[in-house]
Design a protein around this ligand. Structure first.
Ligand SMILES: [Zn+2]
Length: 599
């Protein structure tokens, strides 16, 4: 072969490598933009265009401009994001929004078995897609290195300017808009810089970095809180002799469920077709919570924290899970809520006192999907995982706003709902219908949970209570949500269910709880009641708070505790039924009025 032939061959192969490098870089950018494009396909309004297209594209252009002299390095550093892009795109296709720090927490805490159940037959194609994404990034890096690809100085400067412009113009527009009074009038308006940061965080791939940082910070904080009670001991043990049969007990914590909309407690609509058929069920028709938001209400259920304490007072005892474990119950916390977040982390701290913790929610609070029925399979798995006695906590999404996101379509019994086209029905009717549909679905899930227990053949019982209730709009009240301090936020549904075998073994417990059921009870009774429900005791066990004991007695039912109102003598405001101190002037504005934002 002659020398010119040689160099022609080399030029040819050089050209080929050059073409390969350009093509793979273009494909890589397309892959990285894929999650954004899927998101855009599901909601193409103005803020989405910015977060899903303008900013991510601008950042990618700026990225390649900055590393323009070594595109191979730019590709190599993008490899982890190329690997994850198919997963993110899969997520967005399902839930119509990007992942978040909370979703990352759920995913990281997921074990392989749960992942297999969640993805089903998608698992293999998805795994292959992830590997293909990684391979593409590596090929782009290798070929651009081989081709000695570089970007001319002028081209780099122009691209950098374009990228910076794409990033800065929206921020400028945000600031210009925030100057007009219309934008600042909205209660939810935050600073343009904050909104801008939020938009970046929702885009792919750059947004993944702040999401991971937030996840790590929140998760570490939550786990270190959880470790505080590691050395605490109740000295709890079983009462009575061993049964020789397996015992399984379940505590179900509901969410934003108000008693007034339960057929079981006299509501006119048939919202409890399942539970109202059960004979071994003891409704607690006067049960209340002391707090209208989860973050303060749930510690009242799980600990011996007494009502007079402020909600943020540091607590010095572990939760019911520790007592159960000391007494020989294997403990589980299976949650359809989220592991981290402003309102979630303080609850998750208790979850980690359980020996087994599972997070099932992949949908977030603001998207449909991850219905409470998802709790059933993990519950069955927990029962099958051992032959031990079990104490299981199930944490529901229940009826949290938006109500229509909490139930599958086939449970749309009352219409029009809040999701129906505008013009159908009044706002009041739509809210009530959506809310009732969510209760109907909760009834279905609770009935199924009880079915699982029945089928298990164990000596079993279940305690249900909602964390707090909910105010929904009426003709005289336009509030929706909780954290307001109205009667329907304090009046929660609660009941006790027991298996036939439980009734045979513990007839006294059943008759005691039946005798106490109609009394003026509260969520502060839960801890000591559960202790007796499962046949445990410990030094200092106070039966005056136990509905399973003849010693139970009435305790003043303080609510709205920063204001110390006795629920049983309170004045009820007109309109929204706000709970007000008896006598004296009403101080309507003393409580923060936040709608639908608290859990
Ligand atoms: Zn709540």
């Amino acid at each position: 072969m002659t020398a010119p032939q040689h160099s022609a061959r080399r030029r040819e192969s050089g050209n080929l490598i050059h073409k390969l490098a350009s093509a793979t870089i273009a494909l890589l950018v397309a892959l990285l933009m894929l999650p954004n494009l899927v998101w855009l396909a599901h909601g193409a309004d103005a803020p989405n265009w910015l977060a899903a297209l303008v900013l991510p594209l601008g950042l990618l252009v700026a990225w390649f401009a900055v590393l323009g002299r070594a595109p191979w390095l730019a590709c190599l550093l993008l490899a982890p994001f190329a690997l994850l892009a198919p997963l993110e795109a899969f997520y967005v296709a399902q839930y119509h929004q990007p992942t978040s720090a909370q979703i990352i927490a759920t995913i990281v805490a997921t074990n392989p078995l749960e992942a297999r159940e969640y993805f089903g037959w998608w698992l293999l194609p998805l795994a292959l897609a992830l590997l293909a994404g990684l391979a593409l990034a590596l090929l782009a890096a290798w070929s651009s290195w081989r081709a000695r690809l570089g970007w001319s100085r002028a081209g780099r400067s122009a691209a950098a300017c374009l990228g910076v412009l794409a990033i800065l113009v929206p921020l400028g527009i945000g600031y210009a808009r925030s100057g007009t009074p219309r934008a600042t009038a909205s209660a939810s308006a935050s600073s343009p810089l904050h909104q801008f940061g939020d938009a970046i965080q929702r885009g792919y791939p750059a947004g993944v970095i702040p999401r991971i940082v937030t996840w790590h910070r929140e998760w570490t904080r939550m786990r270190s809180e959880a470790a505080r009670f590691q050395s605490f001991h109740f000295g709890a043990h079983r009462t009575g002799s061993p049964l020789g049969r397996r015992q399984v007990y379940v505590l179900v914590i509901g969410e934003s469920s108000r008693r007034a909309n339960w057929q079981l407690f006299g509501y006119r609509r048939p919202t409890n077709p399942g539970l109202s058929q059960l004979t071994n069920l003891v409704p607690l028709p006067r049960f209340i919570t002391s707090w209208p938001e989860s973050i303060a209400a749930i510690p009242m259920i799980l600990t011996r924290r007494k009502p007079a304490m402020a909600w943020d007072a540091p607590w010095h005892e572990a939760s019911i899970l520790r007592a159960m474990q000391e007494a020989g119950y294997e403990t589980w916390w299976i949650s359809n809520q989220q592991a981290i977040g402003e309102f979630d982390s303080p609850v998750s701290m208790y979850a980690y006192e359980a020996e087994h913790v599972e997070w099932l929610n992949h949908a977030s609070w603001t998207a449909p999907g991850s219905y409470d029925g998802d709790l059933l399979r993990p519950l069955e798995d927990a029962l099958d995982a051992s032959h031990h006695d079990l104490f299981i906590v199930l944490h529901m999404m229940g009826s949290h706003v938006k109500y229509d996101y909490r139930y599958p379509k086939r449970f749309t019994r009352w219409q029009p709902t809040q999701l129906s086209p505008p013009g159908q029905g009044t706002l009041v009717e739509r809210a009530r219908n959506s809310y009732d549909d969510s209760i109907l679905y909760s009834d279905h899930v609770l009935t199924e949970v009880i079915d699982v227990l029945k089928r298990s053949g164990a000596v079993s019982a279940l305690w249900f209570e909602s964390d707090h209730g909910e105010v929904i709009p009426t003709a005289t009240c336009d509030k929706e949500g909780h954290g307001v301090g109205t009667v329907p936020e304090y009046e929660i549904p609660a009941f006790f269910w027991y298996s036939d075998a439980y009734a045979r073994h513990f007839p006294a417990r059943v008759s005691e709880v039946r005798a106490n059921a109609g009394k003026r009870t509260l969520s502060g009774d839960t801890f000591e009641s559960l202790i007796d429900m499962v046949g445990v005791t410990f030094p200092g066990h106070d039966e005056s708070w136990s509905l399973f004991s003849p010693e139970w007695r009435y305790h003043t039912r303080w609510v709205a505790q920063t204001r110390h109102i006795d629920f049983d003598t309170a004045r009820i405001g007109a309109g929204c039924q706000r709970v007000l101190p008896s006598g004296g002037q009403s101080r309507v504005s003393a409580q923060p009025l936040r709608n639908g934002v608290l859990r």
